[in-house]
Design a protein around this ligand. Structure first.
Ligand SMILES: O=CC(=O)O
Length: 306
């Protein structure tokens, strides 16, 4: 498959770059001055695009690559891939579900623990008492009970937390309390976790009303996508003490992070690293490659979205 042209949209973990380069004719878009400059010279050679959360694939990119056969994103989320255009052109799209579920769920719990226990604010000496709320037993509300939401629920259950959730439909088999309305879920939660996929319907699913329902003792954890939360409203709610705290791995205008969030005391931030462990980066890379190989060998795709 060495002759198959594969375009990476942005730098990713060195393992995926090396493994793709061993198997395909790899183009690294960031080595070119612009996409237009790249497409003019190599556009006809690209049979596959490997995207990621940082740089997806829009309609114009797809239209500029006449031989494009498949898009494989090195992420579980695919909100930055133009699925409508891919459908129109019969281009399959794959993602990397399952392999990153544990890491993202672990990070959600880590952010909650860090906020409650104020780990990064703990004094170095015992000059001042460091007494904080505890996570164990707090009511946890999860927006989106998919694979990741479910894994977060299992972890929170181990902390003795009662679990509620909101999703498009009830999942009675979970045994958790279902809320058809996010406001009601927020009102009954002490920890509200965003774990749904981003779509026009879930954009700003956490708005001023939801933040006020969560209240001054509640904390918000977002390991989904930045635009799930109305960030301007979150900043106001945090500054005015209308919400207790926030643990955020994702931001509305990544990679930018609002100044106010960097200054607030009741906030813990991580730079969209939910799946960035060594093991998971390798597993995600292997899945991207397995999908590309399956496609070029005309085998069934492992994790198709469309
Ligand atoms: O955000 C991370 C992913 O979608 O994989």
């Amino acid at each position: 498959m060495e002759s198959m042209g594969v375009l990476m949209t942005c730098p990713m973990h060195s393992y995926i770059q090396e493994e793709l380069a061993k198997r395909f004719n790899l183009f690294k878009l960031w080595h070119f001055p612009s996409f237009a400059a790249f497409a003019q010279v190599h556009g006809n050679s690209v049979r596959a695009v490997v995207a990621s959360v940082k740089v997806g694939v829009d309609a114009a990119t797809i239209d500029s690559l006449p031989k494009l056969e498949i898009v494989s994103t090195y992420s579980v989320g695919y909100d930055n891939i133009d699925l409508r255009k891919c459908r129109e052109k019969n281009i399959p799209v794959t993602n990397t579900p399952n392999v990153l579920t544990d890491d993202v769920a672990d990070l959600a719990i880590a952010l909650a623990l860090s906020l409650f226990c104020r780990i990064s604010h703990a004094p170095r000496s015992d000059s001042a008492p460091h007494i904080t709320p505890k996570l164990s037993g707090k009511a946890v509300g999860i927006i989106g009970l998919g694979r990741i939401g479910w894994a977060i629920a299992k972890r929170a259950e181990a902390f003795g937390c009662p679990i509620g959730y909101h999703s498009r439909s009830e999942k009675a088999e979970s045994g958790y309390k279902y809320y058809s309305n996010v406001l009601d879920l927020a009102a009954e939660s002490e920890v509200l976790v965003v774990a749904c996929t981003l779509s026009p319907e879930t954009r700003h699913i956490v708005n001023r009303g939801v933040l006020d329902a969560l209240g001054p003792k509640g904390i918000l954890i977002n390991i989904g996508r930045g635009p799930h939360v109305d960030e301007a409203e979150l900043v106001s709610a945090l500054s005015e003490g209308r919400v207790g705290g926030a643990g955020l791995d994702v931001f509305e205008k990544e990679p930018e992070v609002r100044e106010e969030l960097l200054r607030l005391e009741n906030v813990v931030l991580s730079p969209h690293v939910g799946s960035d462990t060594v093991e998971t980066c390798m597993a995600m890379a292997d899945l991207v490659i397995a999908n590309l190989e399956a496609h070029f060998l005309a085998h069934p795709l492992l994790t198709p979205i469309i």
